[in-house]
Design a protein around this ligand. Sequence first.
Ligand code: F6P
Length: 560
Amino acid sequence: MTELRERPAWKALEAHYEEIRDAHLRELFATDPQRAEYFIADGAGLHLDFSKNRITSETLALLAELARECEVEKRRDAMFRGEHINVSEDRAVLHVALRMNANRSLNVDGVDVVKEVHDVLDRMGDFSYRIRSGDWKGHTGKPIRNVVNIGIGGSDLGPVMAYEALRHYSQRDLTFRFVSNIDGTDFVECTRDLDPAETLFIVASKTFTTLETMTNARTAREWSLAGLGGDEAAVAKHFVALSTNAEEVAKFGIDTANMFGFWEWVGGRYSMDSAIGLSTMLAIGYVAFQEMLAGFAEMDAHFCEAPVESNLPMLMGLLSVWYGDFFGAETCAVLPYDQYLHRFPAYLQQLTMESNGKHVTLDGTRVDYDTGAIYWGEPGTNGQHSFYQLIHQGTRLIPCDFIGFMHSNNPLGEHHDLLMSNVFAQSEALAFGKTPEQVREEGTAEEVVPHRVMEGNRPSNTILAERLTPESLGSLVALYEHSVFTQGAIWGVDSFDQWGVELGKALAVAIIPELQADEEPDLNHDSSTNALIRRYRQARRERDPADEPTPNPAGRESAE
Ligand code: F6P
């Protein structure tokens, strides 16, 4: 048995689970109506109501004890000191340095990383000012009006989520697009109505070797040059790079003077507040970007200072462990009630699942408990008319995070009251449901009663903030970052590597020549993979003229 399952707090939680597993939230609220007054916590401008969880004070005490036994706080402090807590890659994990105030310093491996962070932020600020003001001119002398971020994973999901979330604060005469998929459709559809003379490409890649990004970047270069008369000098005006790899940036043909750097201690999925956030800064400006960083920093401070029992990220992380490892919940739904947060669940999927989708502990031992849950979600109220049925009446337990704001950025008649009434109604319905007696009292025919019963006892967190602003977005993202950290520290896994994505990448690279070879290649895969490759090759041979590659379709079209 692994160390975690031997821990006294874990064993106590197992015993406690047997006592509490059938307790209904109706009873928990009936016997303790005050629970909504103490199962709440506030930090960094966010309010967390976790009273609609299947917990008692004893559960909370035991979970806090588990955090202490697993030394979550010690591990957190090691992260903030810049120790190499990413053991499998022997790296520091210092996204928290990205939002440290300029008057701080943090020496890591002999370098003051805070100074480096602010040097890059200042350069990003100058560049943003020049683009936003129209001072930076494209190759033909026109100002930039379109910004296309090319990246994938952490070099896409954070930027696109933040752009959408903060659109209200964005400079509206600039158009932002995000190309991530290696499917040519993504590039073509993102650029087809853009004028190359007014388009800036941001090539965002920590490694600058990612197949999808480099392929899209090469296509962008061809598109740009085709639309600008083929003069290589145009690249300097229309391409910038965000990367840790200056050598590859230069090899690609982007002048490193047009590169905004970051460092190996920033994980891809933790990088939206590094240079990877350049598109965000171009959209909302330097000052608002700083406000976002301040929101992150407020949550960092809360995470470091608040006791476990009132520490938002620790509470959320511990509750995830409670449901995942004791109740056997496999997923967690994140349900933002703000249209601007429509990409937030997609962003969280990488943050949570690439971080904690791990099967061994730090020392390589196979875990004998479940780790990272499957995160998913959609903005409310759309989800209510789609998958909420299963959460309410299905057979699976799906803990939910509801996210809402007191004030709308687009106050429109009674829209916001109606929206927020749904947040409160959904968590109430999930927790308390509807008994057979209540259904009968409504005059329901007996044979329909079972269909209309809502068992309830579906747990949820409600996270509220005053308004969606750059600052509150920063706090919200940091909340989940540190919740992920807390879960990883309990499970004893490396939340900062991602070896699981490597095999598929390597196999794809090996298969490319097998698809393209003129001669029938020797295929040494399994029989299924061999057959699929042969089938594709056959279809490729039979291509009609419409399938012929068109290197610069959009460039030609928009240049006309
Ligand atoms: O999918 C694996 C991954 O390495 C992610 O962790 C990362 O965010 C993404 O690829 C993109 O990597 P890069 O920024 O180096 O292009």
